[in-house]
Design a protein around this ligand. Structure first.
Ligand SMILES: [Zn+2]
Ligand SMILES: [Zn+2]
Length: 288
């Protein structure tokens, strides 16, 4: 049974609208996963969630139920939530899944970004029914999907996910935000890298943080992100079929991402022959 990945937001850190980012997109992280008859599962609630919400509302035939799975709660992964139109209609339900951060519950983090001091409508006042569920590493169901969560190397508690839709065993993974190189002080334990490769083993399409150029990483080690080359090495090691470069650096315009993609494909031909490499672009749909 085919299902579809749709990229609604591909950018990291901060939205980057304007004529120089029209092809790869300026909205921050948001990917929709849907199959025939399956409930929509949304990965991350960056500003790409806003156009997704508008699309859902324009073609709804009745009350909407949406599941949103957060990798973590940095702004670029939650900032679309206050502008998610389905929240404004009674009868809709929105279930949000993600990790607490230390002692702070997930629901409180989401409420804070809609605090009256910084936003006019509190999360507790929206018309839709909102349910917030905290998750931990391991396996759990969301709607029709089987989800496995794996802790990533990034400030705070950040999870990568492997999503298996109905009738599929293997699933497709998302690893953002994630630092594959040296640096950073993350509580992920020994054997993390081997565990990650095993987690991804022989999956089809890996969406991975590929934010920094080889030049940038020299001064940004420990910031929690990877280069496209590091993502290729991981995808090759895990024998994935396809890698989608994701979480684009705001300083990179469309032409810069084109160049990065060309260089990354040349690198992949040497170190991971057979691996297909694409760069996430807003509006891109992949049928799996
Ligand atoms: Zn991010
Ligand atoms: Zn982050």
């Amino acid at each position: 049974m085919a299902y579809t990945l749709t990229f609604w937001g591909t950018r990291g850190s901060i939205p980057t609208p304007g004529p120089r980012t029209t092809r790869y997109g300026g909205n921050t992280a948001c990917v929709g996963v849907s199959g025939p008859g399956s409930r929509l599962l949304v990965l991350d609630a960056g500003t790409g969630l806003r156009p997704l919400g508008h699309e859902l509302m324009s073609r709804r035939g009745g009350p909407l139920s949406t599941d949103i799975l957060l990798s973590h709660t940095h702004w670029d992964h939650i900032q679309g939530l206050p502008f998610f139109k389905p929240l404004s209609a009674p009868g809709n339900s929105v279930c949000i899944y993600g990790a607490a951060q230390g002692e702070v519950p997930l629901e409180e983090i989401l409420r804070r970004q809609m605090d009256p001091m910084v936003f006019p409508v509190p999360l507790t006042a929206v018309a839709a029914a909102v349910q917030v569920t905290e998750i931990e590493e391991g396996e759990f169901p969301i709607g029709d999907f089987r989800v496995r969560a794996f802790r990533l190397r990034h400030p705070g508690i950040t999870f990568g996910y492997r999503l298996a839709p109905p009738a599929r065993r293997r699933g497709n993974p998302s690893g953002t935000d994630n630092e594959l190189g040296e640096g950073g002080d993350y509580a992920v334990g020994d054997g993390w890298r081997a565990g990650l490769a095993a987690f991804l083993h022989e999956t089809d399409t890996l969406i991975h943080d590929a934010m920094y150029s080889e030049h940038m990483i020299q001064v940004r080690r420990g910031w929690g992100h990877s280069t496209p080359r590091q993502a290729v090495e991981l995808a090759g090691e895990a024998r994935c079929r396809r890698l989608i470069l994701f979480h684009h650096e705001p300083e990179h315009d469309d032409d810069a991402i084109d160049r990065l993609l060309d260089q990354t494909r040349a690198f992949a031909r040497r170190v991971a022959p057979g691996l297909e490499v694409e760069a996430a672009a807003e509006g891109l749909e992949l049928v799996l």
